[in-house]
Design a protein around this ligand. Structure first.
Ligand code: AVJ
Length: 323
């Protein structure tokens, strides 16, 4: 599963096989579909991760600060539920503010950040390892939308942390499969602390994905630049514009890149035709009720232990145990 383990400054880095192969395959498959689509994970190259960090600080984007406030307010109770020491893995190790709270409260023996964006992963893992010399950091460069594993550390108490409502990127079937995988990895009695964005007023939701400064638009368009850079592709970023709308039927924000004039794009010698007004679907961000999420997690082998919401009921954090 892991191609190599190497020491990178203060951390160990576990690497999976090359991702370029699968990027090409997934891009061709997505652009050949009736509704053109590209997987949301391709947002996150170095620039994309930086743009996402900028999104988390936007006034319209309530998610990150609401989740952080919930964690801050309840960290003692969370720590007593998760238990001190043991192994703590994090799916999609993004900005490190939230994990710092947990690391300081739990003092795990081993911290296992996992992310698809290699440079971002190494940089943030090293910052944490330098700041917490008592902590063993084993970073794993993985695409957790595919089949994945944790490096084998033997028996012990495992907890997973999956913040930021990134579970919302997956259609319910895939979300269930991913949670099932997590429940197997933490094992019987292991735990999951997960942030889940809640259903709410459409105007609040749509504003969060159509910010006045255009950061989300830049984030969306950056995917095409990332693909141009990784593959032999010639997407013209000036011929696409950002679109984000709430789909009430599916309970999800959909992000698209809308083509503003008919043209052709070539990717590794395959030519794709774009009509004016047609879109590439780049992201789903599902919104759940508390009960709806518990139901989904239940189908994946988790039982709810406790959950926390802010007063305005914008965001939820759940602690669940693998049955
Ligand atoms: C990190 C997937 C939770 O869906 O809100 C932010 C990504 N996309 N703005 C989300 C995102 C556009 C974000 N997640």
């Amino acid at each position: 599963m892991y191609a190599s383990v190497v020491r990178k400054q203060s951390i160990y880095l576990h690497e999976q096989e090359i991702t370029e192969v699968s990027m090409g395959t997934e891009v061709h498959a997505g652009l050949s579909a009736e509704q053109k689509q590209l997987p949301a994970k391709f947002f996150y190259d170095k620039q994309g991760s930086e743009l996402f960090d900028a999104i988390t600080r936007l006034p319209e984007y309530y998610q990150t600060r609401t989740e952080l406030a919930l964690l801050e307010r309840n960290v003692d109770e969370i720590a007593s539920l998760m238990g001190e020491q043991g192994y703590l893995m994090e799916l999609g190790s993004g900005s490190s503010t939230k994990i710092r709270l947990l690391l300081e409260a739990l003092e795990p023996e081993v911290y296992i950040p996992m992310d698809i964006s290699r440079e971002h992963l190494i940089a943030s893992a090293n910052r944490l390892a330098d700041d917490y010399p008592w902590l063993d950091v084993h970073a794993a460069c993985v695409d957790y939308s595919q089949h994945w594993d944790v490096p084998d550390f033997g028996p012990g108490r495992y907890n997973a942390f999956f913040p930021g409502s990134s579970i919302g990127n997956f259609v319910p079937d895939k979300a269930r499969a991913l949670l099932e995988q997590v429940s197997k990895l933490v094992g019987k009695g292991g735990g999951l602390l997960i942030g889940v964005d809640l259903k709410k007023d459409v105007d609040i939701l749509e504003a969060a994905y159509n910010d006045a400064r255009g950061v989300t638009a830049a984030f969306n368009l950056n995917m095409l630049r990332h693909i141009n850079e990784q593959l032999d592709a010639d997407f013209d970023l000036d011929k696409f514009e950002h679109e984000a709308v709430y789909n009430e039927v599916e309970s999800r924000i959909e992000m698209h890149l809308k083509c503003t004039q008919a043209h052709k794009v070539s990717v590794d010698d395959v030519v794709y035709e774009f009509e004016q007004g047609e879109t590439i679907h780049t992201e789903n961000s599902y919104k759940y009720s508390v009960e709806g999420f518990q139901h989904l997690a239940g189908k994946a082998g988790f039982s709810p232990v406790r959950h926390w919401c802010d007063e305005a009921e914008l965001f939820s954090i759940h602690y669940l145990k693998a049955a």
